[in-house]
Design a protein around this ligand. Sequence first.
Ligand code: BES
Ligand code: MN
Ligand code: MN
Length: 466
Amino acid sequence: MEQNTINDYLNKNKQRFLDELFELLRIPSVSADSNRKNDMLSTAEKIKQRFTEAGADNVEVCPTEGIPVVYAEKIIDKNKPTILVYGHYDVQPADPLELWDSPPFEPVIKKTALHPDGAIFARGSCDDKGQMYMHVKAFELMMKTSTLPCNVKFMIEGEEEVGSPSLGNWVKTNKEKLKADIILISDTSILSNDTPSIDIGLRGLSYMEIELTGPNRDLHSGVYGGGVANPINILCKLIASCHDENNHITIPGFYDKVITETDIYRKELSSAPFNESDYKKDLNVSELWGEKGYNTIERTGIRPTLDVNGIWGGYTGEGAKTVLPSKAFAKVSMRLVPNQNSDEIGHLFKKHFESIAPKSVKINVTFHHGGEPVVVSTNSIGYKAASKALEQSFGKKPVITRGGGSIPIVALFKDVLGLDSMLLGFGLDTDALHSPNEHYGLFNYYKGIETIPLFYKHFCDLSTQK
Ligand code: BES
Ligand code: MN
Ligand code: MN
């Protein structure tokens, strides 16, 4: 009966739920771009308005040292459990713009092979405005159908894509306000629209920058070439030496603390449906790459990595300029797994690069931001509630995955608030998050709105049975 009321409400309001999301997607809330401060604020204000309309209390745009956090709550009974929902309203920069088939901040619906019912194409549609907004609409739905079974609090931040620099302090100063039983996050992926899955892990991150300086100025590459070290040549060599012939990372001590997963666990993870040829086809690569002894699921989930994110120096303009550059730069990210620590790995990286750099160049290695890996227990009430909710809405029991991305603030929630997080994401890895033509399936958007109230219900039931 209750389920019918909920589905009726969803069906009647489908178009409006989509229109409201479109309105958010039209605001270019790019946290990395300091010229977008006003857009950040108007996004926060819009979300605040929507929470208020849905019936939330104490709705606030809370100032932080950086971009504000939107807070909202509904406390129905102090003796009932409280779910704290986290999401982010900031998005990645949209460039390179020329690679988008439609403008990134003008959402449109188009069909794709994996989204035959249509997908919303816009920056942030999947990561994370679309997934965050499912929670606002699921909340409205529970309020308007009088089916909210427990207390709920929301914190929607605007700095996730730049490493959440202000959120840690904000959380520390608002511990009381954020008291809850669990954190619920939709900012990860499911395996496919017919294979629901629960991502029980996030990798940690150490993000580094290297600057190599050779001669004190750019030189004529004919006059000086061959006699003076070229910092770009050297940087390439140093970076290439970071992987051995088995694609293991060569930084001393890098694997010392890595947890070796059991064969049973590896088997369970690898039993998830994965089609290697589809994967290659989607990326248009003829061969996959990775650490010897592990398959693709493991390489991207339970194993640490090192990747150059950007490398530059010298002349990159039109045509040719003969120059032996003075400087070379690279940005390097390392994805970490339990029990690696982002500071420790950052230090090992710095020490290693300083030790292998030849005397012909000066080296400067700096640490950008980091975050710790997280694994969620499958024995928790949160996991059981998520599993039941997905089984009900998809008609299939979810499988376990370990996603390769990072949400660094999740480890901090555990440290500061003592709370576990449940990752109940609905995106697909192929939805082009952070890439041109990011999209989010209409199926996924509505399925999320349908599943979230089920999570609340099961979480509340299981908590009170305790
Ligand atoms: N939502 C992603 C993380 C994610 C995506 C996890 C898909 C699992 C599956 C998040 O917004 C993100 O992009 N995080 C960054 C880290 C951050 C410090 C910039 C990342 O993983 O690169
Ligand atoms: Mn995200
Ligand atoms: Mn992201």
